[in-house]
Design a protein around this ligand. Structure first.
Ligand code: SAM
Length: 305
């Protein structure tokens, strides 16, 4: 039982029947953009957090786990990532991690919501840590899918860092077979893609569906996960690749790649951890292997499925 007297709480639904409560020190910002509700709060345990549509996106205490997990396995798997596309990633943490690789010459970041970027820059600048001022970064305000339909650019790495697929949200059509086919077309022949893939526990079906959908589109698909305390769950990611397999890299090769690219200031991802990220417990391995359905525009997946 939560004692509420004298305290203010932020509550986040994991499912219709599980609610997580965070004690709040300060409410810093609250607004509604054209696409979503945007809040910035400071919690006791996770510090300042960006919250979209009632879901914590990034907390300054543990955001490095999510951003390093999304970015570095894919970047390291590609032998020479020069051009990178980020879809979403409004708070700038994904761009910050991508720009650590000195092979990178151009990053295009396409987020639908300029207000998320402005609010993040103002209230949580440590998340982007200068990424928005880096000359290699071009920021485009657009729907990620609309951008992929229009652009003729080809990328070495594409990172999908959009909000979870919610029925009223702006991102659920970025988890479908049609969307992944578009992304594949905009990858160079040895390109690598990675996407966040929701909670492996509270929305396991979405995770397995995203994996099976990517398997229909890409020849090499590897699911992985990392525990993210502020999400109160092990979080799912999926890497999809046209040629290079992340599992072919030894610890020494990962060490050498990070060293050559001058990527030293990491807090989560490291050479010995690369393969372990892809080592999943049996119940998850089975759930992924047994998934037969896929996500399409006609039949999207919605969290917390
Ligand atoms: N860490 C995250 C999480 O918890 O799922 C994702 C972080 S990031 C803040 C998500 C971003 O995706 C937001 O800035 C949002 O505006 C963006 N986004 C949502 N739908 C999008 C779309 N259709 N195209 C481009 N960006 C989108």
């Amino acid at each position: 039982m939560i004692k509420t007297a004298n305290w203010r709480w932020f509550t986040e639904y994991q499912t219709d029947s599980t609610l997580v409560a965070h004690k709040v020190k300060r409410f810093l910002y609250s607004g509604k953009s054209k696409y979503q509700e945007i809040d910035v709060i400071e919690t006791e345990d996770f510090g300042i957090c960006l919250v979209l549509d009632g879901k914590i996106q990034s907390s300054i205490v543990d955001e490095f786990i999510y951003h390093e997990s999304l970015v570095h396995p894919a970047m390291v798997t590609h032998p020479n990532p020069e051009k990178v596309l980020i879809i979403g990633g409004g708070e700038g943490g994904t761009a910050r991690e991508v720009l650590k690789h000195n092979t990178v010459k151009r990053v295009v970041m396409v987020d639908i919501d300029e207000e998320v970027i402005q609010v993040s820059k103002e209230y949580i600048p440590q998340l982007s840590s200068g990424a928005f001022d880096d000359k290699r970064l071009s920021l485009i305000i657009d729907d990620g899918r609309a951008y992929l339909e229009k652009t003729h650019e080809e990328y070495d790495v594409i990172l999908i860092d959009v909000t979870d697929p919610l029925p009223e949200g702006p991102s659920y059509l970025l988890y479908t077979k049609q969307f992944y086919e578009l992304a594949k077309r905009r990858l160079k022949p040895n390109g690598v893609m990675a996407t966040q893939a929701t909670s492996v526990f509270y929305s396991r079906r979405s995770y397995t569906l995203i994996y099976s959908t990517l398997k229909r589109v890409f020849p090499i698909v590897r699911a992985y996960s990392a525990w993210i305390p502020s999400y109160v769950s092990a979080w799912g990611f999926v890497l999809a690749s046209l040629k290079h397999d992340p599992l072919d890299l030894s610890d020494d090769e990962v060490r050498s790649i990070l060293g050559k690219r001058n990527v030293h200031n990491l807090r989560f991802y490291h050479p010995e951890f690369h393969k372990s990220l892809f080592t999943l417990p049996l119940y998850l391995k089975r759930a992924l292997e047994e998934e037969r359905e896929i996500v399409t525009d006609e039949k999207p997946t919605f969290m917390p499925a």
